[in-house]
Design a protein around this ligand. Structure first.
Ligand SMILES: *[C@@H]1O[C@H](CO)[C@@H](O)[C@H](O)[C@H]1NC(C)=O
Ligand SMILES: *[C@@H]1O[C@H](CO)[C@@H](O)[C@H](O)[C@H]1NC(C)=O
Ligand SMILES: *[C@@H]1O[C@H](CO)[C@@H](O)[C@H](O)[C@H]1NC(C)=O
Ligand SMILES: *[C@@H]1O[C@H](CO)[C@@H](O)[C@H](O)[C@H]1NC(C)=O
Ligand SMILES: *[C@@H]1O[C@H](CO)[C@@H](O)[C@H](O)[C@H]1NC(C)=O
Ligand SMILES: *[C@@H]1O[C@H](CO)[C@@H](O)[C@H](O)[C@H]1NC(C)=O
Ligand SMILES: *[C@@H]1O[C@H](CO)[C@@H](O)[C@H](O)[C@H]1NC(C)=O
Length: 512
């Protein structure tokens, strides 16, 4: 009898504590979300055991207890709000029967955690952009920016933890930042973090979870797709110019976003939409707001209410591309990215911010014109939106001028567009504005040249329309402007976003 029980005792001794680990995305050097939010730390353990977590900096120690859940085999600790700074050490001890096991995280900082997601323009690395070697050299100047990159993984079910990691939390170096084309680390994410750090002067944690050639449907949960009447998704042959990633519904939401819902974050930035010029283009005005709403709900619930229910969500409006056969699909996605308002935030997209990039096209990009290399200006414009929306700097302008009023002077064939903001006209353009000549109920768009301007208005020469004017649009093409040379900017050098407006539905149209 004695002999028979011996292996059992040995087995217990060997396996006790065997399951203790942090969830995969907790690692040395990481940034946890600072006050006023409460950071969450969770992991796996032996069912029924107790877990004690200590957070310590020098001689100050905070201790929290938790229990490993019997069925999910997870434990979770919600810290009290911690001010920016560090470094801290986190130690976890697990007690099961007589067995004690432990594990440690070192060099932990508190600051703001941002998730960066999307397709290839988010994935594009620092080594692919303009001034790459200089940007990489400067990486080591930012030891309080910490970077993390998920592996490219898809799943048909929502994963609890990541299936793989490309770059565990790291202190940035030229080497780990510039890791080959379209791999890691994201240039837009990195430069966005850099601008935030320059302003905020405290640690920033950046999580890059992006995959080239992927449509929004892959990043959306089934719930979000259902909101837009999409339940299943027919795979199509990806066009060759896109590095096609997975295109099935929800597979990237499941594997590359869902695992993060259990941590506390500050916000998300997003650069995606090119793949949706090839599918469900006119559903994007539904799928994008639905994704934002769904991610917010999921992160709020997954973090026991610690991540803000209405967390700031920033995005890049599509840049340019030389694909003639796409017709007006680029401008349509740009418009739908704003839920058809033309600007953000708006009634359907609260607490969002946008970087307009129609003037950052790059014909010479070795990665194809769809992958422009000026990512610094993209990140600069995006960070202005973050300061205004996420950091309460209400006086910061992050969007270019938007028209307030259109006056039609029929007798003299003039169209006068008034802007609330002071405008800067970079050139007397003759093509960027187009007028809708109504022709049996449909629009025949004709270019309308700028003939004069003032600090708050531009006047267009109205083309002859036999049946009158039904609408007006601006920058409504795949490639509306040359580099940094759109017609209209504000005094902060931010380009006016594209717009489309129809006289029958817009009370701001005045006929003189
Ligand atoms: C903790 O020690 C570090 C040096 O290791 C020091 O820079 C820091 O100010 C100390 N923090 C506190 C809160 O005493
Ligand atoms: C953690 O466990 C190791 C053995 O795995 C042990 O050597 C060490 O003393 C433990 N540390 C603490 C602080 O309990
Ligand atoms: C989205 O855009 C399409 C095409 O312009 C339009 O028919 C549809 O009503 C819009 N849907 C929403 C929800 O705005
Ligand atoms: C993570 O969030 C999911 C979804 O809200 C929830 O079911 C799960 O219990 C959470 N896990 C932990 C460890 O908090
Ligand atoms: C590249 O670096 C030069 C010199 O510092 C600078 O003038 C230029 O604006 C940079 N270009 C971009 C796109 O950042
Ligand atoms: C256009 O409108 C603005 C503001 O209403 C006005 O100041 C300006 O004189 C108008 N220009 C023309 C040519 O009518
Ligand atoms: C129409 O434009 C002409 C030329 O600028 C101007 O003289 C006239 O007053 C305008 N008409 C109205 C009603 O504003």
């Amino acid at each position: 009898m004695m002999e028979a029980s011996l292996p059992l005792v040995l087995l217990l001794a060997c396996t006790a504590g065997a399951k203790l680990r942090f969830a995969s995305y907790y690692g040395d050097h990481m940034v946890l979300q600072k006050e006023p939010y409460r950071a969450i730390i969770w992991g796996f353990g032996d069912p029924g055991s107790k877990v004690m977590l200590t957070l310590s900096q020098n001689h100050s120690v905070v201790t929290k207890m938790a229990q490993v859940d019997e069925s999910s085999e997870t434990w979770k600790v919600i810290l009290d709000p911690v001010a920016q700074g560090g470094p801290y050490t986190i130690e976890v001890h697990q007690y099961i029967k007589e067995e004690v096991s432990n594990m440690t995280l070192e060099d932990i900082y508190f600051g703001d955690v941002w998730i960066c997601s999307g397709q290839s323009n988010m994935e594009m690395t620092v080594s692919q952009i303009f001034n790459a070697s200089k940007e990489l050299e400067e990486a080591s100047k930012y030891p309080l920016l910490r970077i993390f990159s998920t592996a490219l993984i898809q799943s048909h079910v929502e994963l609890q933890d990541l299936g793989g990691i490309n770059l565990q939390w790291s202190i940035p170096t030229a080497r780990n930042l510039g890791h080959g084309d379209f791999s890691y680390f994201s240039a837009v994410c990195w430069l966005f973090g850099q601008y935030l750090f320059e302003k905020l002067k405290y640690p920033i944690g950046l999580i890059d979870t992006s995959w080239g050639g992927t449509p929004i449907e892959a990043w959306s949960s089934k719930r979000a797709l259902h909101e837009c009447g999409l339940s299943e998704y027919i795979e199509r042959n990806p066009p060759s110019y896109l590095d096609a990633g997975p295109r099935e519904v929800s597979v990237l939401w499941n594997a590359m976003v869902h695992p993060f819902v259990n941590m506390t974050i500050q916000g998300v930035i997003w650069y995606q939409g090119e793949a949706n010029t090839l599918m469900n283009t006119d559903l994007y005005n539904c799928t994008f707001p639905a994704l934002i709403e769904d991610w917010r709900k999921a992160f709020h619930e997954g973090s026991d209410g610690q991540t803000n229910r209405d967390f700031p969500f920033g995005f890049v409006q599509l840049c340019t591309d030389r694909q003639v056969e796409l017709n007006d699909k680029f401008p349509r996605i740009r418009w739908h990215q704003t839920a058809d308002y033309g600007y953000v935030p708006n009634k359907r997209m609260s607490n969002t911010f946008m970087a307009v990039t129609i003037d950052l096209g790059d014909d010479e990009s070795p990665y194809g014109s769809i992958h422009p290399r000026d990512k610094r200006t993209v990140a600069y414009r995006l960070h202005l939106g973050a300061l205004a929306i996420a950091y309460g700097e209400k006086s910061i302008t992050f969007q270019g001028p938007y028209p307030q009023k259109v006056q039609v002077n029929e007798t003299h064939r003039l169209l006068n567009i008034t802007f609330e903001e002071h405008i800067q006209l970079r050139h007397m353009d003759s093509k960027a504005f187009e007028v809708c000549c109504t022709d049996q109920g449909t629009c025949n768009w004709k270019p309308a040249a700028i003939v004069s301007f003032s600090s708050h208005s531009v006047t267009l020469q109205n083309p002859t329309c036999t049946d009158g004017i039904g609408g007006l649009r601006y920058a409504w093409s795949e490639w509306p402007c040359e580099y940094q040379l759109c017609p209209i900017y504000n005094l902060q050098a931010l380009p006016a976003p594209p717009f489309i407006t129809f006289s029958h539905s817009n009370p701001a149209w005045i006929r003189l």
